[in-house]
Every structure is written in C-alpha cells, then in structure tokens.
Design a protein around this ligand. Structure first.
Ligand SMILES: Cc1ncc(CO)c(N)n1
Length: 221
C-alpha cells in the first residue's frame, strides 16, 4: 500500500465521510447554506490561508530535493494568490472588505488549526510537515470533486466549488501525493506514527473548520 493510501485509510477515511455529509457542505450544493455562515467561512479562510502559506514555505525549507523545494515554494505563493483573488471576489460579493477580515480576527478553531500546522512544520521532520499539510490539499480536492457533480444553484457557492473541483487543483494535489508516496519509502516506524498522528489531526481540523463556520463559532470569553 502507498504511504498516502495508508494515511488516508487510518487517518481520514471515516472523517471524510463525516465531512461530505456535514450540513455546511450539503448546504453548499443545495444552496440552503445561509450567506452569514459562508461569510464567516471566507473570513476565517483568509486568516487560515495566510498561515497556510507560511507553513508551506516551512515545508519547502525542509524538503530534501530541489523539485520539492520549488513545488512547495510555488504552492506557498499560490496560497497568497488565492487569498487575494478568490477571496477578494467572494468577499466583495458578500459585501465585505479585507478590513472586515482584520476586524473579525481569527476564531478559536482557525487559531488552533493554524497553530498546529505552524508548530509541526516548524519543528517536525520533512515527512511530518508533509503529512500535516497533506489533508489541506487532499480533502479540498476530494470535496471539490464530489460537489462539482452537483454544483450549486447559488453562484457564489458554484464559484467556490469550481475552484477546488478544477483539473488544475487536481494536478497540484497529485504532485503532493507523489512526494508523499516517495517519502513513505524513507520513513521508519516511529516517524511514520508521528506522520499518521499529524495527518489525522489536521483532517479533524478540516472537519472542525467547516463546523465552526456552520455554528459561526466565536471565542467564549
Ligand atoms: C481550511 C482550509 N483547508 C484547506 C484549504 C485548501 O487550500 C483551504 N482553503 N482552507
């Protein structure tokens, strides 16, 4: 079994089932998701993408071959581009500006997820860092693909779905899966366990990120 298939089976398969039937996700395709919840999501995702980009730059710095350094650097830059382009247009359509993103600040789940990603990418091994960021790519690609079949009657939601369900995003994810599988031949059992723990933790955070948006979760105090 490839390393990525092993990670998915033990760390993501069950959670992925929960993700695709979460009311946030089903609400995107049937168009019933209230814009307030999507607004919360886009604002939090803007915060998330800033940290994600830095996390990818840390993965790039840890990479052991030049192709991977170059790829993760590119993805780090692209995360900033997505934040600027997709979000600027989505935020605009939702009647928001980047000042609203700053005013809202990063919510509890976003903060926890960003902190975990940053910590693993800064202090873990290269394989651990890859395992921690992999669900960010993979879950969005699979969710995007699954939703693309149904798309959405709401043009805002359809735009979001089209981005992550696109062949371009699929190609990005396939390259990262290739890197992961090559790393699988190099890691020993203890490092493999740590990779699995990171992968399953960030997969859970992906579910929690949508759940936080669905409940418009704020800091309790
Ligand atoms: C929370 C989250 N995870 C993954 C992605 C994909 O880049 C995203 N935009 N947001």
């Amino acid at each position: 079994m490839t390393f990525s298939a092993d990670l998915w089976e033990h760390g993501a398969a069950k959670v992925y089932e929960e993700i695709v039937r979460h009311p946030f996700i089903t609400g995107l395709t049937d168009g019933t998701l209230p814009h307030a919840k999507f607004r919360y999501f886009v604002i939090q995702d803007s915060h998330y993408l800033r940290a994600y980009s830095r996390a990818l730059a840390l993965v790039a710095a840890r990479a052991t071959d030049e192709d991977a350094v170059s790829m993760f650097c590119r993805h780090a830059a692209e995360a900033i581009d997505v934040e600027r382009e997709l979000h600027a247009s989505l935020l605009g359509s939702l009647g928001l500006t980047s000042a609203d993103v700053d005013t809202a600040g990063s919510g509890p789940t976003t903060t926890a997820y960003m902190s975990y990603l940053t910590a693993v990418c800064a202090t873990g091994t290269y394989a651990e860092a890859v395992a921690a960021v992999l669900p960010c790519y993979w879950i969005y690609r699979d969710v995007g693909r699954a939703l693309l079949e149904r798309s959405s009657p709401d043009p805002l939601y359809a735009q979001w779905i089209a981005t992550y369900g696109s062949p371009e995003f699929d190609a990005v994810v396939e390259s990262v899966l290739g890197v992961t599988n090559r790393l699988g031949t190099e890691v020993g059992p203890a490092e493999r366990d740590r990779c699995l723990r990171h992968f399953s933790t960030t997969t859970r955070y992906e579910w929690m990120f949508w759940d936080a948006a669905y409940h418009e979760l704020e800091w309790p105090v």
